[in-house]
Design a protein around this ligand. Sequence first.
Ligand code: 3HC
Length: 289
Amino acid sequence: MSEAVSRVGVVGAGQMGGGIAEVSARAGADVLVWEATEELAAGGRARILKSLDRAVSSGKITERERDQAAERLTFTTDLADFADRQLVVEAIVENEAVKAEVFGKLDEVVTDPDAVLASNTSSLPIQRIATATKNPGRVLGLHFFNPVPVLPLVEVISSLSTSEAAAARAEQFASEVLGKQVVRATDRSGFIVNALLVPYLLSAIRMYESGFATAEDIDKGMMLGCAHPMGPLKLADLVGLDTVKFIADAMYAEYKEPTYAAPPLLLRLVEAGYVGKKSGRGIYEYPAK
Ligand code: 3HC
Protein backbone atom coordinates (compact mmCIF):
# COMPACT_ATOMS: atom_id res chain seq x y z
CA MET A 1 0.00 0.00 0.00
CA SER A 2 1.08 3.63 -0.58
CA GLU A 3 2.55 5.60 2.33
CA ALA A 4 0.03 7.11 4.77
CA VAL A 5 -1.29 10.50 3.73
CA SER A 6 0.38 13.45 5.46
CA ARG A 7 -0.02 16.20 2.82
CA VAL A 8 -3.67 17.10 2.34
CA GLY A 9 -5.32 19.63 0.06
CA VAL A 10 -8.82 20.95 0.70
CA VAL A 11 -10.66 22.81 -2.03
CA GLY A 12 -13.11 25.24 -0.44
CA ALA A 13 -13.07 26.68 3.10
CA GLY A 14 -16.82 26.84 3.74
CA GLN A 15 -18.72 24.97 6.43
CA MET A 16 -17.59 21.50 5.26
CA GLY A 17 -14.19 22.32 3.73
CA GLY A 18 -13.21 24.30 6.83
CA GLY A 19 -14.21 21.38 9.05
CA ILE A 20 -12.25 18.88 6.95
CA ALA A 21 -9.19 21.17 6.98
CA GLU A 22 -9.49 21.59 10.75
CA VAL A 23 -9.73 17.89 11.62
CA SER A 24 -6.87 17.09 9.21
CA ALA A 25 -4.60 19.73 10.79
CA ARG A 26 -5.58 18.61 14.29
CA ALA A 27 -4.61 15.05 13.28
CA GLY A 28 -1.10 16.23 12.31
CA ALA A 29 -1.40 16.58 8.53
CA ASP A 30 0.09 19.44 6.55
CA VAL A 31 -3.03 21.07 5.08
CA LEU A 32 -3.23 23.42 2.12
CA VAL A 33 -6.63 25.03 1.59
CA TRP A 34 -7.77 26.63 -1.65
CA GLU A 35 -10.31 29.43 -1.84
CA ALA A 36 -11.36 31.54 -4.82
CA THR A 37 -10.17 34.86 -3.37
CA GLU A 38 -7.86 36.10 -0.60
CA GLU A 39 -10.92 37.46 1.18
CA LEU A 40 -12.72 34.09 1.19
CA ALA A 41 -9.51 32.41 2.33
CA ALA A 42 -9.20 34.88 5.24
CA GLY A 43 -12.84 34.23 6.21
CA GLY A 44 -12.27 30.46 6.08
CA ARG A 45 -9.15 30.73 8.20
CA ALA A 46 -10.98 32.86 10.80
CA ARG A 47 -13.81 30.28 11.06
CA ILE A 48 -11.33 27.43 11.54
CA LEU A 49 -9.43 29.36 14.22
CA LYS A 50 -12.72 30.08 16.01
CA SER A 51 -13.59 26.39 15.93
CA LEU A 52 -10.11 25.49 17.26
CA ASP A 53 -10.67 27.98 20.10
CA ARG A 54 -13.97 26.28 20.86
CA ALA A 55 -12.16 22.92 21.06
CA VAL A 56 -9.72 24.49 23.57
CA SER A 57 -12.59 25.94 25.65
CA SER A 58 -14.34 22.57 25.81
CA GLY A 59 -11.07 20.89 26.86
CA LYS A 60 -10.73 18.74 23.73
CA ILE A 61 -7.32 20.16 22.80
CA THR A 62 -4.67 22.22 24.58
CA GLU A 63 -3.67 25.73 23.55
CA ARG A 64 -0.40 24.30 22.25
CA GLU A 65 -2.27 21.75 20.10
CA ARG A 66 -4.44 24.56 18.75
CA ASP A 67 -1.38 26.62 17.83
CA GLN A 68 0.29 23.61 16.17
CA ALA A 69 -2.85 22.83 14.17
CA ALA A 70 -3.06 26.49 13.08
CA GLU A 71 0.58 26.37 11.92
CA ARG A 72 -0.14 23.32 9.76
CA LEU A 73 -2.79 25.22 7.80
CA THR A 74 -1.83 27.29 4.77
CA PHE A 75 -4.05 28.93 2.19
CA THR A 76 -3.80 29.54 -1.54
CA THR A 77 -5.93 30.84 -4.38
CA ASP A 78 -4.02 28.79 -6.98
CA LEU A 79 -4.86 25.10 -7.50
CA ALA A 80 -1.41 24.63 -9.11
CA ASP A 81 -0.01 24.75 -5.54
CA PHE A 82 -1.59 21.32 -4.95
CA ALA A 83 1.10 19.55 -7.03
CA ASP A 84 2.65 17.70 -4.04
CA ARG A 85 -0.60 16.71 -2.29
CA GLN A 86 -1.24 13.02 -1.50
CA LEU A 87 -4.97 13.52 -0.94
CA VAL A 88 -7.19 16.35 -2.07
CA VAL A 89 -10.74 16.74 -0.78
CA GLU A 90 -12.99 19.03 -2.78
CA ALA A 91 -15.79 20.70 -0.80
CA ILE A 92 -17.10 23.49 -3.00
CA VAL A 93 -20.53 24.34 -4.37
CA GLU A 94 -22.67 21.37 -5.47
CA ASN A 95 -22.43 22.30 -9.14
CA GLU A 96 -21.41 19.49 -11.42
CA ALA A 97 -19.82 21.71 -14.09
CA VAL A 98 -17.73 23.57 -11.49
CA LYS A 99 -16.65 20.32 -9.85
CA ALA A 100 -15.74 18.82 -13.22
CA GLU A 101 -13.53 21.81 -13.96
CA VAL A 102 -11.81 21.57 -10.56
CA PHE A 103 -11.18 17.83 -10.93
CA GLY A 104 -9.84 18.26 -14.48
CA LYS A 105 -7.40 20.85 -13.15
CA LEU A 106 -6.44 18.80 -10.06
CA ASP A 107 -5.78 15.77 -12.25
CA GLU A 108 -3.35 17.87 -14.29
CA VAL A 109 -1.47 19.39 -11.35
CA VAL A 110 -1.30 16.61 -8.71
CA THR A 111 1.80 14.66 -9.74
CA ASP A 112 1.77 11.56 -7.44
CA PRO A 113 -0.09 8.88 -9.45
CA ASP A 114 -1.14 7.29 -6.13
CA ALA A 115 -2.63 10.54 -4.85
CA VAL A 116 -6.36 10.41 -4.19
CA LEU A 117 -8.71 13.06 -5.56
CA ALA A 118 -11.85 13.03 -3.43
CA SER A 119 -15.13 14.89 -3.50
CA ASN A 120 -17.19 15.66 -0.40
CA THR A 121 -20.28 15.87 -2.62
CA SER A 122 -23.52 15.03 -0.81
CA SER A 123 -25.32 13.63 -3.80
CA LEU A 124 -23.64 14.02 -7.19
CA PRO A 125 -22.51 10.77 -8.85
CA ILE A 126 -18.78 10.24 -8.35
CA GLN A 127 -18.71 8.59 -11.77
CA ARG A 128 -19.59 11.84 -13.53
CA ILE A 129 -16.95 13.79 -11.57
CA ALA A 130 -14.35 11.08 -12.31
CA THR A 131 -15.10 11.22 -16.01
CA ALA A 132 -13.83 14.81 -16.07
CA THR A 133 -10.31 13.48 -15.39
CA LYS A 134 -7.82 11.39 -17.37
CA ASN A 135 -7.23 9.18 -14.29
CA PRO A 136 -10.67 8.21 -12.97
CA GLY A 137 -9.10 5.40 -10.93
CA ARG A 138 -7.89 7.92 -8.33
CA VAL A 139 -11.20 9.77 -7.98
CA LEU A 140 -13.69 8.85 -5.24
CA GLY A 141 -16.19 10.24 -2.76
CA LEU A 142 -15.14 11.06 0.81
CA HIS A 143 -18.26 12.34 2.51
CA PHE A 144 -18.07 14.00 5.93
CA PHE A 145 -20.88 15.08 8.27
CA ASN A 146 -21.64 18.44 9.80
CA PRO A 147 -20.21 19.53 12.24
CA VAL A 148 -17.11 17.71 10.94
CA PRO A 149 -15.10 18.00 14.19
CA VAL A 150 -17.95 16.34 16.12
CA LEU A 151 -19.47 13.63 13.92
CA PRO A 152 -17.37 10.48 13.70
CA LEU A 153 -18.53 9.13 10.32
CA VAL A 154 -17.02 9.28 6.84
CA GLU A 155 -18.60 7.58 3.81
CA VAL A 156 -16.13 6.29 1.21
CA ILE A 157 -17.71 5.99 -2.22
CA SER A 158 -16.09 4.21 -5.14
CA SER A 159 -17.32 4.78 -8.69
CA LEU A 160 -17.17 1.95 -11.22
CA SER A 161 -13.71 3.29 -12.19
CA THR A 162 -12.18 3.88 -8.73
CA SER A 163 -9.18 1.66 -7.99
CA GLU A 164 -9.29 -0.37 -4.78
CA ALA A 165 -5.85 1.08 -3.92
CA ALA A 166 -7.29 4.62 -3.97
CA ALA A 167 -10.32 3.59 -1.88
CA ALA A 168 -8.07 1.79 0.63
CA ARG A 169 -5.76 4.85 0.91
CA ALA A 170 -8.72 7.16 1.53
CA GLU A 171 -10.20 4.76 4.07
CA GLN A 172 -6.85 4.49 5.85
CA PHE A 173 -6.60 8.30 6.02
CA ALA A 174 -10.13 8.67 7.42
CA SER A 175 -9.78 5.91 9.99
CA GLU A 176 -6.11 5.89 11.01
CA VAL A 177 -5.16 9.55 10.58
CA LEU A 178 -8.47 11.28 11.38
CA GLY A 179 -9.77 8.58 13.73
CA LYS A 180 -13.18 8.54 12.00
CA GLN A 181 -15.41 5.50 11.45
CA VAL A 182 -15.76 4.54 7.80
CA VAL A 183 -18.64 3.03 5.85
CA ARG A 184 -18.43 2.14 2.18
CA ALA A 185 -21.35 3.20 -0.01
CA THR A 186 -22.30 2.54 -3.60
CA ASP A 187 -22.24 5.41 -6.09
CA ARG A 188 -25.98 6.14 -5.90
CA SER A 189 -27.37 9.58 -5.14
CA GLY A 190 -27.43 10.25 -1.38
CA PHE A 191 -25.09 7.32 -0.62
CA ILE A 192 -26.21 5.72 2.67
CA VAL A 193 -26.87 8.55 5.09
CA ASN A 194 -28.47 11.23 2.92
CA ALA A 195 -30.58 8.64 1.09
CA LEU A 196 -32.26 7.97 4.45
CA LEU A 197 -31.91 11.38 6.11
CA VAL A 198 -33.12 13.74 3.38
CA PRO A 199 -36.58 12.14 2.81
CA TYR A 200 -37.03 12.41 6.60
CA LEU A 201 -36.09 16.12 6.61
CA LEU A 202 -38.43 16.74 3.65
CA SER A 203 -41.27 14.93 5.48
CA ALA A 204 -40.73 17.14 8.52
CA ILE A 205 -40.88 20.29 6.35
CA ARG A 206 -44.09 19.01 4.69
CA MET A 207 -45.57 18.26 8.12
CA TYR A 208 -44.76 21.79 9.32
CA GLU A 209 -46.00 23.37 6.08
CA SER A 210 -49.34 21.56 6.29
CA GLY A 211 -49.99 22.93 9.80
CA PHE A 212 -49.86 19.44 11.32
CA ALA A 213 -47.77 20.71 14.26
CA THR A 214 -45.50 23.61 15.21
CA ALA A 215 -41.84 23.52 14.26
CA GLU A 216 -40.90 23.38 17.93
CA ASP A 217 -43.18 20.42 18.61
CA ILE A 218 -42.00 18.49 15.54
CA ASP A 219 -38.41 18.90 16.71
CA LYS A 220 -39.23 18.18 20.33
CA GLY A 221 -41.14 15.06 19.26
CA MET A 222 -38.14 13.56 17.50
CA MET A 223 -35.60 14.64 20.13
CA LEU A 224 -37.52 13.32 23.10
CA GLY A 225 -39.49 10.55 21.40
CA CYS A 226 -36.60 9.06 19.43
CA ALA A 227 -33.53 10.36 21.30
CA HIS A 228 -32.20 12.29 18.30
CA PRO A 229 -29.68 14.97 19.31
CA MET A 230 -31.53 17.54 17.19
CA GLY A 231 -35.00 17.71 15.63
CA PRO A 232 -35.36 17.49 11.82
CA LEU A 233 -36.22 21.17 11.24
CA LYS A 234 -33.27 22.45 13.30
CA LEU A 235 -31.09 19.92 11.51
CA ALA A 236 -32.30 21.08 8.08
CA ASP A 237 -31.35 24.63 9.12
CA LEU A 238 -27.93 23.40 10.30
CA VAL A 239 -27.21 21.49 7.09
CA GLY A 240 -28.44 24.51 5.07
CA LEU A 241 -31.81 24.58 3.30
CA ASP A 242 -30.03 25.26 -0.01
CA THR A 243 -28.02 22.07 0.51
CA VAL A 244 -31.12 20.09 1.53
CA LYS A 245 -32.88 21.29 -1.63
CA PHE A 246 -29.88 20.50 -3.78
CA ILE A 247 -29.62 16.94 -2.43
CA ALA A 248 -33.39 16.45 -2.77
CA ASP A 249 -33.27 17.61 -6.40
CA ALA A 250 -30.33 15.31 -7.17
CA MET A 251 -32.06 12.33 -5.58
CA TYR A 252 -35.35 13.15 -7.33
CA ALA A 253 -33.50 13.28 -10.64
CA GLU A 254 -31.86 9.92 -9.89
CA TYR A 255 -34.83 7.95 -8.48
CA LYS A 256 -37.91 9.86 -9.80
CA GLU A 257 -39.82 9.20 -6.58
CA PRO A 258 -42.09 11.80 -4.85
CA THR A 259 -40.48 11.13 -1.47
CA TYR A 260 -37.44 13.09 -2.74
CA ALA A 261 -39.43 16.04 -4.14
CA ALA A 262 -38.64 19.38 -2.43
CA PRO A 263 -41.83 20.81 -0.80
CA PRO A 264 -42.94 24.36 -1.76
CA LEU A 265 -41.97 25.87 1.62
CA LEU A 266 -38.39 24.68 1.11
CA LEU A 267 -38.34 26.24 -2.37
CA ARG A 268 -39.69 29.59 -1.08
CA LEU A 269 -37.22 29.75 1.82
CA VAL A 270 -34.29 29.08 -0.49
CA GLU A 271 -35.57 31.61 -3.06
CA ALA A 272 -35.82 34.19 -0.24
CA GLY A 273 -32.22 33.53 0.80
CA TYR A 274 -33.40 32.15 4.16
CA VAL A 275 -31.15 29.12 3.97
CA GLY A 276 -30.79 28.32 7.66
CA LYS A 277 -28.35 28.94 10.47
CA LYS A 278 -25.55 30.19 8.22
CA SER A 279 -27.78 33.02 6.86
CA GLY A 280 -29.36 33.93 10.20
CA ARG A 281 -32.81 32.71 9.15
CA GLY A 282 -34.30 29.49 7.86
CA ILE A 283 -37.22 27.61 9.37
CA TYR A 284 -36.08 29.25 12.61
CA GLU A 285 -34.44 32.63 13.20
CA TYR A 286 -30.86 32.89 14.47
CA PRO A 287 -30.17 36.34 15.89
CA ALA A 288 -26.53 37.40 15.42
CA LYS A 289 -24.58 36.83 18.64
N1 3HC B 1 -17.88 22.72 15.51
C1 3HC B 1 -17.16 22.08 16.46
N2 3HC B 1 -17.70 21.56 17.59
C2 3HC B 1 -19.01 21.72 17.77
C3 3HC B 1 -19.83 22.39 16.84
C4 3HC B 1 -19.21 22.91 15.68
N3 3HC B 1 -19.91 23.54 14.73
N4 3HC B 1 -21.10 22.36 17.29
C5 3HC B 1 -21.08 21.71 18.47
N5 3HC B 1 -19.82 21.32 18.76
C6 3HC B 1 -19.38 20.53 19.92
C7 3HC B 1 -19.43 21.37 21.16
O1 3HC B 1 -18.19 22.05 21.40
C8 3HC B 1 -19.70 20.32 22.24
O2 3HC B 1 -18.49 19.70 22.61
P1 3HC B 1 -18.27 19.15 24.12
O3 3HC B 1 -19.40 18.16 24.36
O4 3HC B 1 -16.93 18.53 24.08
O5 3HC B 1 -18.39 20.37 24.97
C9 3HC B 1 -20.54 19.27 21.52
O6 3HC B 1 -20.31 19.47 20.11
C10 3HC B 1 -22.01 19.44 21.83
O7 3HC B 1 -22.36 20.77 21.48
P2 3HC B 1 -23.41 21.66 22.26
O8 3HC B 1 -23.44 21.26 23.70
O9 3HC B 1 -23.15 23.09 21.94
O10 3HC B 1 -24.78 21.37 21.56
P3 3HC B 1 -25.53 20.01 21.36
O11 3HC B 1 -25.31 19.05 22.47
O12 3HC B 1 -26.90 20.45 21.02
O13 3HC B 1 -24.84 19.39 20.07
C11 3HC B 1 -24.61 19.05 17.76
C12 3HC B 1 -24.79 20.07 18.86
C13 3HC B 1 -23.23 18.40 17.88
C14 3HC B 1 -24.72 19.80 16.45
C15 3HC B 1 -25.72 17.95 17.94
O14 3HC B 1 -26.97 18.55 18.08
C16 3HC B 1 -25.78 16.99 16.78
O15 3HC B 1 -24.98 16.08 16.66
N6 3HC B 1 -26.79 17.21 15.90
C17 3HC B 1 -27.02 16.34 14.74
C18 3HC B 1 -26.08 16.74 13.64
C19 3HC B 1 -26.28 15.86 12.44
O16 3HC B 1 -27.13 15.01 12.36
N7 3HC B 1 -25.43 16.11 11.44
C20 3HC B 1 -25.48 15.39 10.19
C21 3HC B 1 -26.05 16.25 9.16
S1 3HC B 1 -26.08 15.45 7.58
C22 3HC B 1 -24.65 15.93 6.86
O17 3HC B 1 -23.85 16.65 7.38
C23 3HC B 1 -24.41 15.40 5.49
C24 3HC B 1 -24.48 16.48 4.46
O18 3HC B 1 -24.17 15.91 3.20
C25 3HC B 1 -25.82 17.13 4.38
